[in-house]
Ligand binder design. Structure first.
Ligand SMILES: *[C@@H]1O[C@H](CO)[C@@H](O)[C@H](O)[C@H]1NC(C)=O
Ligand SMILES: *[C@@H]1O[C@H](CO)[C@@H](O)[C@H](O)[C@H]1NC(C)=O
Ligand SMILES: *[C@@H]1O[C@H](CO)[C@@H](O)[C@H](O)[C@H]1NC(C)=O
Ligand SMILES: *[C@@H]1O[C@H](CO)[C@@H](O)[C@H](O)[C@H]1NC(C)=O
Ligand SMILES: *[C@@H]1O[C@H](CO)[C@@H](O)[C@H](O)[C@H]1NC(C)=O
Ligand SMILES: *[C@@H]1O[C@H](CO)[C@@H](O)[C@H](O)[C@H]1NC(C)=O
Ligand SMILES: *[C@@H]1O[C@H](CO)[C@@H](O)[C@H](O)[C@H]1NC(C)=O
Ligand SMILES: *[C@@H]1O[C@H](CO)[C@@H](O)[C@H](O)[C@H]1NC(C)=O
Ligand SMILES: *[C@@H]1O[C@H](CO)[C@@H](O)[C@H](O)[C@H]1NC(C)=O
Ligand SMILES: *[C@@H]1O[C@H](CO)[C@@H](O)[C@H](O)[C@H]1NC(C)=O
Ligand SMILES: *[C@@H]1O[C@H](CO)[C@@H](O)[C@H](O)[C@H]1NC(C)=O
Ligand SMILES: *[C@@H]1O[C@H](CO)[C@@H](O)[C@H](O)[C@H]1NC(C)=O
Length: 582
């Protein structure tokens, strides 16, 4: 929060210079449905700049009062947007009466409109409206890993990433259903249950497009007149691949084409709500475009004007990314103390020499966020007429958003690449003349590392690392345990997380990103029940027997929850952001 006052001034200055053209737009439309005007959101006749949070698990809470309490606490911070899952696909009806929305089995689909079905979603919409909260409804997920998928490569990469310090276990069957965000079904359920083989057939096979359209039509029709729905988000993190592999022929254009088809279908039955992608924001700068963006105004050659170059909309090209990176790395080097210029110690190893640096700075590699290798092109998707606003995400523990500057320590790279990512997406908004929103961002802290499960996995790769660390620190002080306890653990410190969250929110606000959604909300004092998503606290219970009579529980932690340590800090950072957009 302490970062806001200074940066806020910068933000105001930038906003003033950047938004002059759109501010002159007189809106006669005072609709209660969220709409857009240029790169801003509008509602009830005014600009709507918002801060949000993710709570994919709202539908899995055990009581209506829990939904009310959660939305009430979110609202108390001034947060006005909640992104949540509006899907829950099962392949057999759960015997425990748990929440499910759609049965997808053996090539047929059935929707559950009962009390443990869509009526749960009705409750969320109803109470959101009462709290003045807008809901982003996500309609499916790219990720739904199962133990039967071929996870060989993902397990191998997880192992190497922690230098084999942790034993990677198999599928964690002790975790309740709907605990992880990737445990609500999604694209791969359709692929498997319709007898297909590759992930991207979800986007291209007509039968699957029809099945998904059948689902979205039911959901969209149900809430077509609800002003508290902010937007339909087609999918979380859509891309060619998943834990079910992609076919070799899948290219970003196939994902773009799917967006166009589904967005058209939804817009045809719902004139009230915006449609967005839910993609991570990855681009393919060199890919041909199905929906080229038409720049709204030609770039002015008045470089003399003291306009920040970030506010000028320029196409996002490979040459530009490389040029801006080289400038930034040069600046970083100039800031280094003389003694560190010859090389930088990162995590106890010399990783950089002047020679190495030179070759890095002449690299023509734009990195996986821009080269199309993520199998999606958000720039192309944003050009689709029925896509009302763009989306992107920021999860540096799981994806790369730019090459690391060899002059900088790991955390500084994480911070800087995140800032660049946000700024670039803000430019895309200006370029496309549509809003762009950060629909999920998070950094795993050291305290949260044992709970961290990557989105494409069911395994907590660092679960055992902490167990080892705890054991060695509480047992005898042997040489071995000293060595192990000094090994750097996964994740950032709480204070680094706070720095990153404040800086990223500020960067989003100042670079014209109209909507910033933290991942994810934490809620305590929820009604717990055995074998449900909200299980009783496990703190003092090592046997697994339910000896404690605790009837309250906490919302799921997939490594990004803020419960306990850090909660107050993150909440006050969000509150600060609310005040600066308000
Ligand atoms: C599920 O609901 C049915 C009907 O309400 C009830 O008979 C059954 O006991 C419930 N099962 C569980 C596991 O709660
Ligand atoms: C799907 O088919 C399999 C094999 O024929 C069968 O065992 C299963 O019960 C079917 N599932 C549903 C939900 O009909
Ligand atoms: C659920 O859907 C069925 C079939 O469309 C319909 O007959 C029934 O009235 C619906 N029930 C509720 C509670 O909406
Ligand atoms: C699983 O994936 C690995 C690595 O991608 C591959 O070598 C192996 O052949 C695959 N196994 C199966 C059964 O598909
Ligand atoms: C699409 O999926 C359906 C349903 O499984 C299948 O019958 C059909 O052959 C697939 N179409 C193509 C072109 O692969
Ligand atoms: C979609 O719904 C239509 C109409 O209810 C139905 O005929 C069709 O079989 C459904 N398609 C799929 C793939 O479920
Ligand atoms: C994927 O996109 C490419 C390029 O537009 C196209 O040639 C190909 O047919 C598409 N694949 C499918 C399965 O639609
Ligand atoms: C899962 O994501 C990690 C990066 O976070 C990657 O290394 C791994 O290959 C991915 N696995 C699959 C199956 O996509
Ligand atoms: C890295 O970041 C920290 C904290 O944000 C800062 O104090 C330090 O100067 C930075 N180091 C470099 C080399 O930029
Ligand atoms: C399995 O899940 C439980 C409950 O979420 C968790 O406590 C445990 O650490 C997990 N184990 C692994 C290996 O991920
Ligand atoms: C273990 O190490 C800690 C910290 O270095 C020290 O305070 C403590 O006295 C040591 N315990 C034993 C039994 O040597
Ligand atoms: C320290 O780590 C090594 C290698 O991972 C392991 O073999 C050893 O048992 C660990 N020692 C302790 C005390 O945990």
């Amino acid at each position: 929060m302490k970062f806001f006052p200074v940066l806020l001034l910068v933000a105001c200055a930038l906003l003033a210079s950047a938004s002059t053209p759109t501010k002159t737009v007189k809106r006669t439309d005072s609709s209660q449905f969220v709409s857009t005007s240029g790169s801003k959101f509008m509602v009830n006749g005014s600009e709507f700049a918002w801060i949000g949070t993710n709570a994919y698990w709202l539908q899995a809470l055990n009581t209506e009062q829990d939904i009310i309490n959660t939305l009430s606490n979110i609202s108390a911070l001034g947060i006005t947007v909640v992104r949540t899952w509006a899907f829950n696909d099962v392949t057999a009806i759960p015997e425990d009466n748990g929440t499910w929305f759609q049965l997808i089995a053996n090539g047929t689909t059935t929707i559950n409109n009962g009390t443990n079905g869509l009526q749960k979603l009705d409750m969320i919409v109803k109470h959101a409206e009462a709290f003045g909260i807008y809901i982003i409804m996500t309609l499916t997920n790219n990720w739904n890993p199962l133990p039967t998928d071929n996870l060989t490569s993902s397990i191998a990469s997880l192992q190497s990433s922690i230098e084999s310090r942790a034993t990677v276990e198999t599928f964690n069957s002790t975790r309740p259903r709907n605990f992880l965000s990737n445990d609500y079904g999604g694209m791969d359920v359709y692929v498997r249950q319709f007898g297909l083989k590759t992930h991207d057939e979800f986007y291209t096979n007509q039968t699957l497009i029809d099945a998904f359209t059948n689902y979205t039509t039911q959901i969209v029709t149900r809430y077509v007149n609800s002003p508290s729905v902010l937007a339909w988000e087609l999918a979380n993190d859509p891309r060619c691949n998943s834990s079910v592999t992609a076919s070799p022929g899948c290219v970003p254009q196939n994902i773009t084409e799917w967006h166009s088809i589904v967005a058209k279908n939804i817009s045809a039955i719902d004139k009230n709500h915006l449609v967005s992608s839910g993609a991570q924001g990855f681009m393919c700068t060199d890919c041909p475009k199905l929906f080229p963006l038409k720049p709204t105004a030609p770039a002015q050659p008045s470089a003399r004007a003291a306009v920040d170059r970030r506010t000028v909309a320029k196409p996002i090209t490979k040459a530009r990314i490389i040029q801006e990176r080289n400038e930034q790395w040069k600046k970083n080097r100039a800031l280094l103390p003389k003694s560190e210029e010859a090389g930088v110690r990162v995590r106890g190893r010399w990783v950089s020499t002047p020679t190495r640096r030179q070759s890095d700075s002449t690299s023509q590699d734009v990195g996986s966020a821009f080269d199309g290798s993520q199998g999606v092109d958000s720039q192309d998707i944003l050009g689709i007429p029925e896509i009302g606003f763009g989306s992107f995400q920021l999860f540096p523990d799981q994806n790369s958003y730019g090459l690391d500057d060899p002059s900088l320590p790991a955390f500084n790279n994480t911070l800087q690449n995140g800032l660049n990512w946000i700024t670039t997406q803000g430019q895309l908004a200006t370029l496309a003349n549509k809003p762009v929103s950060l629909v999920g961002f998070g950094l795993v802290t050291q305290a949260n590392a044992p709970s961290f499960v990557p989105f494409n996995s069911t395994i907590a790769p660092f679960a055992n690392v902490s167990t080892t660390a705890t054991k060695s620190s509480t047992s005898s002080n042997t040489t071995a345990s000293t060595a192990n306890s000094t090994t750097q653990s996964f994740g950032v410190t709480d204070s680094q997380q706070a720095t990153a969250y404040s800086s990223w929110l500020n960067a989003g606000i100042s670079s014209g990103v109209s909507g910033l959604v933290q991942y994810q909300w934490s809620q305590g004092n929820l009604t717990a029940a055995a074998n449900t998503t909200i299980s009783t606290s496990t703190n003092d219970d090592t046997t697994g027997e339910s000896s404690n009579q605790n009837t309250t529980g906490e919302s799921p932690n997939d490594g990004y929850s803020i419960q306990g340590v850090g909660e107050d800090t993150v909440q006050s950072i969000l509150q600060g952001a609310v005040q600066s957009v308000g």
